[in-house]
Design a protein around this ligand. Structure first.
Ligand code: UD1
Length: 342
């Protein structure tokens, strides 16, 4: 069964393509290569041991999308990852984010309607919850005003998807990721980045590697267990597998609402200092750190109530934080040995 994967050479997309193939699906991978490397295609092929179908498509160009669906008339569902995701950049260049993330989603929906394709899995984020009042946060928590244009595009896309699903023959599962980390255990794929990292774990691994003198920890005076921010870190392969559960639910007609939302996390709040300790324990490498001022836009603590995904999607995490740290470090070593990759 063919499943279209947009942004399929990106971080979560590439891991999901591997899991789709492991589960017997045939992914049609599209990417505009603006934020990813074509080499990821070969790397996926190395893991799965066979060629994959890839098309370089610009989703903001509707004609390219129509041609894609004409070329592959037997696509049965879509997983939509393609989006810009650098929070700081979205603040300085909001139009780039609103244009790309919204237009690509609108084009996708219009073409899905035209070609009568119903199931869509959307890549959303816990960023929609802001700084939640009640923890762990469940799917009924109020949506907060976004702190960045990036976060706003996730919220806007959820609204667009929901309204479209309610009015048309389309069904959507929106997966709200907490903090995906780590890499494939083979170290063949992971998070590629062009320039400085955007998230905590690559900062930790780059410090371990000696690329950085120290890790800056943003704030030690938060109202948390040790004063540093708390997040719900989840292994990227566990995130990827949830997409297979979501696709299964849709293609087996088990959907009960036309727009369903699920949190994807480990369900555990982990502080930044605990992350440093977890890395040190998993690898035996000490991380030099310095507690600095708070980072603008950070939320104090957010972690997921994953009951809904556990019960309805029949999905649960299989990997531990130690697994994620070990895989993140092995991936960093892979990047170190292939400096052409970054
Ligand atoms: C960030 C984004 C969020 C997005 C999410 C997933 C911001 C403000 N938020 O969330 O919108 O949905 O990624 O893509 O960018 N930290 C340090 N030192 C560092 C880096 C991070 O102490 O060098 C801390 C942060 O303060 C935070 C935690 O580590 O407490 C995790 O940070 P990060 O990986 O950037 O993710 P989020 O802030 O959760």
């Amino acid at each position: 069964m063919k499943i279209l994967v947009t942004g399929g050479l990106g971080y979560i997309g590439s891991h999901t393509v591997v899991e789709l193939i492991n589960a017997g699906f045939t992914p049609i991978v599209i990417d505009n290569l603006s934020e990813s490397e074509i080499e990821v295609k070969e790397r996926i092929e190395k893991i799965v041991g066979k060629p994959i179908i890839f098309e370089q498509v610009e989703m903001c160009n509707k004609n390219e999308m129509i041609q894609l669906f004409e070329k592959y008339p037997d696509i049965k569902g879509v997983i939509h990852f393609a989006a810009y995701l650098i929070v700081n950049e979205s603040v300085t260049n909001p139009l780039k984010y609103y244009h790309n993330n919204i237009i690509s989603t609108l084009n996708l929906l219009e073409v899905m309607l035209q070609f009568k394709i119903k199931p869509l899995v959307f890549s959303s984020s816990c960023t929609v919850y802001g700084n939640p009042e009640d923890l762990p946060v469940n799917e009924h928590a109020p949506i907060q005003p976004a702190v960045s244009p990036y976060g706003n595009t996730k919220k806007m896309c959820e609204d667009i998807l929901k309204d479209t699903a309610l009015a048309n023959d389309i069904e959507v599962i929106s997966l709200r990721y907490f903090n995906p980390i780590g890499a494939h255990e083979s170290s063949i794929i992971g998070e590629f980045q062009d320039g400085p990292p955007h998230h905590l774990v690559p900062y930790i691994t780059e410090t371990a590697r000696g690329l950085r003198n120290e890790l800056r920890i943003f704030g030690g005076d938060w109202n948390t267990k040790d004063g540093t921010c708390v997040r719900d870190y989840i292994h990227v392969v566990d995130v990827a597998k949830a997409h297979i559960s979501a696709v299964d639910r849709m293609i087996n007609n088990k959907i009960s609402e036309k727009f369903e939302v699920y949190n994807l996390g480990m369900g555990v709040g982990v502080s930044v200092l605990e992350m440093v300790n977890a890395f040190e324990e998993a690898t035996g490498i000490k991380i030099k750190y310095n507690i600095t001022a708070r980072r603008e836009g950070d939320v104090e603590a957010v972690y997921a109530d994953t009951t809904k995904a556990n019960q309805i999607l029949n999905w649960k995490t299989e990997k531990t934080l130690t697994d994620a740290m070990r895989d993140a470090w092995n991936w960093e070593k892979e990047l170190m040995n292939n400096s052409n990759l970054i």
